[in-house]
Write a protein that binds this ligand. Structure first.
Ligand code: GTR
Length: 401
């Protein structure tokens, strides 16, 4: 091949790659007037009698059906069997944070059929307490430096001191322990216990594994006396926020569910196709959701669910959703609309919501409500502003002064 010809081929290849990149980056819609007309799947099918639309029917029948749709079409199955689980304390500091907190670092190891997975937990518990402390558990999808147990590095992503000063225990584990956040290695975690999941189109993938791990931390909380396992708030940001919602849907023991900037396949309605879409997320992160989810690429209207139904699965437990004003990729309006449409499920339990028909102004949180929300000024992140509102929300629901 001549040199000139090689240069020409390379140039054509580069041009092609640039074209694909541009169509991907600029193809998404950020224009509200271009949101397509859509019909959301109803909470109850139209065949249901009016007098069956109650919380008993929801709880015993319809909720399970909706949960099944999410398992089969979006997040995959949530296997529950294992042979053994072991909790080993690997480090303990009774007078951390100038004596305000006790630090416990733990290895939670789950064993099944000769395979094992270990989730490392970092936990600070307030020392000034008369009873087991309510807690926040973060699914950490960013660097481990954000949850520094030595507190040399203090990150807004996990402002542990603020939580301790507010009377809460604060815990975190890293997603990579449960499923490395990588398309080639995500199997090297929880899925070692459940390799059969990799062979089926509705099998668990990374987000399912992260949610699974959050439940094992809750198993640990149920075994000890420092943290009140009945008052645990599960928190996640972005991809971690998607996992937090899925954990809350699968595991009713999470008392409060908090999704920060979770966007597409998290809190935002998929059918709006605003910002990130189902196709974009599946193309870029094929290992997050089950194989079947790819059937809905550019085909959201066929999904048996939309994300308001994921929020509905939490009812009657409190849910707090956030957006950031400049994070249009995660569709702030679509996230708020999910909450609005989930109100129907909360109404079945007589749980009021203080949501206004239109999204609230930037930096105007809705706290005193079973469905809470704020749209923070700024970009895609988890900040002290967000955490302070989570604390207010938990204080309100746990009736703390
Ligand atoms: C983006 C992805 C989002 C969100 C985000 C994050 O690249 O498109 O769905 O999960 O990453 O986790 O920060």
């Amino acid at each position: 091949m001549s040199k000139k010809y090689k240069i020409l081929v390379a140039a054509i290849q580069m041009y092609g790659a640039l074209l694909i990149f541009c169509t991907q980056v600029f193809a998404q819609n950020y224009d509200e007037s271009k949101v397509p007309a859509y019909t959301l799947p109803p909470l109850f099918p139209s065949t249901i009698n009016q007098n069956e639309k109650n919380n008993l029917y929801w709880e015993r029948t319809r909720r399970l059906e909706v949960l099944g749709f999410f398992r089969n079409s979006v997040y995959g199955q949530m296997p529950r069997t294992y042979n053994d689980m072991q909790f080993a304390i690997t480090n303990e500091v009774p007078d951390a944070m100038n004596g305000k907190a006790s630090l416990k670092e733990l290895a939670i190891t789950v064993l099944k059929s000769g395979a094992s997975v270990t989730i490392h937990l970092i936990l600070f518990i307030p020392n000034n307490r008369k009873q087991p402390a309510p807690a926040f558990l973060l699914i950490n999808n960013r660097g481990a430096n954000n949850t520094d147990p030595k507190r040399i590095e203090k990150s807004e992503f996990w402002p542990a001191e603020i939580l301790i000063d507010s009377g809460y225990a604060i815990a975190a584990f890293h997603v990579n322990d449960a499923a490395p956040d990588d398309s080639t290695t995500y199997q090297n975690g929880v899925l070692k216990l459940y390799p059969e999941q990799l062979k089926v189109p509705n099998g668990m993938k990374a987000i399912g594994a992260w949610a699974w791990a959050a439940s094992r931390v809750l198993d640990y909380f149920e075994e000890q006396k420092d943290v009140d396992a009945k008052r645990v708030c599960i928190v996640g940001h972005s991809r971690g926020g998607k996992a937090a919602l899925w954990a809350g849907a699968e595991d009713k023991r999470f008392a409060i569910v908090i999704s920060n900037c979770s966007g597409n396949s998290g809190a935002a309605l998929s059918r709006r196709k605003f910002g990130e879409t189902v196709k974009r997320i599946n193309d870029r992160f094929p290992y997050w959701f089950c194989g079947n989810y790819k059937k809905y690429n550019d085909n959201e209207a066929s999904l048996p669910v939309d994300q308001h139904m994921l929020i509905s699965l939490m009812a009657p437990r409190p849910v707090y959703v956030t957006s950031a004003s400049k994070d249009l990729w995660a569709d702030p309006k679509g996230s708020y609309l999910s909450l609005i449409h989930a109100q129907e499920a909360y109404a079945l339990y007589g749980k009021p919501s203080a949501l206004t028909p239109e999204p609230p102004a930037i930096n105007t949180p809705i706290i005193n409500s079973y469905l809470g929300y704020h749209n923070r000024e700024g970009t895609h992140d988890l900040t002290v502003y967000d955490w302070k509102n989570f604390i207010q929300f938990a204080n309100y629901h746990f009736r703390k002064p």
